[in-house]
Design a protein around this ligand. Structure first.
Ligand code: AHR
Length: 488
């Protein structure tokens, strides 16, 4: 029997709901088909936003949505995506499949979507190929309530009030697709561009500088020598899980071996070391921790589904994705004193999506259900907890998070083993375990996934394989599962 101890009175850090954030790029079928089908589509929609996807995202309480990229962001000229749709410029999406971008989804469509979802927009500005003036005018267009050329243009395009915009990224991956810059050069440009992105009225921008790629610790070190807390609220980090780090052959999303499964877990767990080391470097430059870390692209990256456009990054999603999503979220929660946001890539039809669509049909992926289970940690306080460690092939077999909110204790536990169920005895200090409600996500095989013909093969179920005895919670957790407990 494994021991899991929770000290419910020992609060460690606040868990921002933004850790459970999402990312939407003009890439493949994420925006077009996935989110936006246009007003004239026969797929049920409101103002062109497909209703089924909107409702699924609303149910997930999506806290923040990043847009328009990704690499697309540093090619995006926002003025192409405003005004009468038939007049908008048609362009080539040079990064993603060379398809036509008709700009029918632009600033108004995105900002209105966020308003309707009740989530924070997180806009990535174009530093790589756009001008300072263009970026400054975009902020003015979105957030200025007075009389000005950009605010007047917004009104002419049908939006009287400014939108509320907090999160604003100054470029994306400027070490790579966003301009192949050196950190020193980017840092200087960051300072310049951000200077002209103003706070209008009571709108206060939370400016995000482009941080490192994965283990590029030099980028963080150099960037932090230049950017300052009074104009930089956070830096970003991108790290994707690719089995064996082999970008040429990332492996099939469904047809993988047990060995590849454990390797995927190991690769996912590298996030812990990567985050820890970047945070250490940040601490040296910013000892008061005024600059946060945002992991604004993370997730599993496998080979595209056979027969699909290689530039569309469309992949299926199995229980393997569910388990690695839980492991990553546990890492972010454990660092929630410094990680202020994370955005899984990407929300619909691209990489480790929470939703897949095909024509009129939609399915929620196993990853969706993990985000659903973890909703209970949103805006909670992480409390001290520890669990007997069990690992296999350098991957943890048990992972968990515990938080308190509104007088309730929430516990999520993952059993990553493909072979062994785990008996776990949960002892809780400073909290009486009287009533428990639990849900579980599991499947007989780790390769199980949802298809459009069978959209509920993997879904949440009530979980009852536990007992309360002597004030302790005793759980029998099946192999390959993610469970969540609400304790009162
Ligand atoms: O999410 C897909 C791509 O991965 C993004 O466009 C880019 O930022 C990253 O390299």
């Amino acid at each position: 029997m494994k021991q899991l101890f929770i000290d419910a009175g020992n609060k460690q850090s606040h868990i921002s709901k933004n850790i459970f954030g999402h990312f939407s790029e003009h890439l493949g079928r994420c925006i077009y088909e996935g989110i936006y089908v246009g007003e004239n589509s026969k797929i049920p929609n409101k103002n062109g936003i497909r209703t089924d996807v909107f409702e699924a995202l609303k149910a997930l309480e999506v806290p923040v949505l990043r847009w328009p990229g990704g690499c697309f962001a540093d090619t995006y000229h926002w003025m192409d995506g405003i005004g009468e749709k038939s007049q908008r410029k048609k362009l080539v999406n040079v990064h993603w499949g060379g398809v036509t971008e008709d700009n029918s989804f632009g600033t108004h469509e995105f900002m209105n979507l966020c308003e309707e979802l009740g989530c924070e927009p997180y806009v990535a500005g174009n530093l790589g190929s756009g001008t300072v003036q263009e970026m400054a005018q975009w902020v003015e267009y979105m957030t200025f309530g007075g009389i000005s050329p950009m605010a007047d243009l917004r009104r002419k395009n049908g939006r009287e009030k400014p939108w509320k915009l907090k999160y604003f990224g100054i470029g994306n991956e400027n070490w790579g697709c966003g301009g192949n810059m050196r950190p020193q050069y980017y840092a200087d440009l960051y300072n310049q561009y951000q200077s002209f992105c103003r706070d209008y009225g009571d709108n206060q921008l939370f400016k995000v500088a482009c941080g490192p790629n994965a283990m590029d610790y030099n980028w963080t070190d150099e960037l932090l020598k230049t950017v300052r807390p009074w104009h930089t609220k956070a830096i970003s980090l991108h790290y994707y899980t690719v089995p064996y780090g082999n970008w040429e052959h990332k492996g099939d999303a469904v047809d993988f071996t047990d060995e590849e499964y454990y390797e995927t877990l190991r690769a996912a767990m590298q996030m812990e070391e990567i985050v820890t080391r970047h945070l250490e470097i940040m601490s040296r430059h910013d000892p008061k921790h005024e600059i946060g870390l945002i992991v604004d692209e993370w997730g599993n990256w496998f080979d595209v589904e056979k027969g699909t456009n290689p530039g569309f990054l469309y992949q299926q999603n199995t229980m393997r994705d569910a388990v690695t999503a839980a492991l990553n979220l546990d890492i972010f929660i454990s660092h929630s004193d410094r990680i202020v946001m994370a955005n899984i890539a990407q929300v619909v039809n691209v990489l480790q999506s929470v939703i897949l669509t095909e024509g009129e049909r939609m399915t929620k992926t196993p990853t969706y259900h993990v985000f659903d289970l973890y909703r209970r940690h949103m805006e909670g306080d992480r409390v001290y907890s520890t669990c007997d460690s069990v690992s296999y092939e350098n991957a943890p077999m048990l992972s968990h998070s515990a938080s308190v909110k509104d007088g309730k204790l929430s516990l999520t536990v993952t059993n990553a083993s493909l072979t062994d169920a785990q008996e776990i005895e949960v002892s809780v200090k400073d909290f009486a375990v009287n009533k428990v409600k639990a849900e579980i996500l599991t499947a007989p095989d780790v390769r199980e996934h949802n298809t459009f013909d069978s959209p509920e093969t993997v879904k949440l179920a009530d979980f009852t394989d536990y007992e309360i005895s002597g004030g302790k919670l005793k759980i029998k957790l099946p192999k390959c599962s993610v469970a969540a407990f609400t304790i009162e």
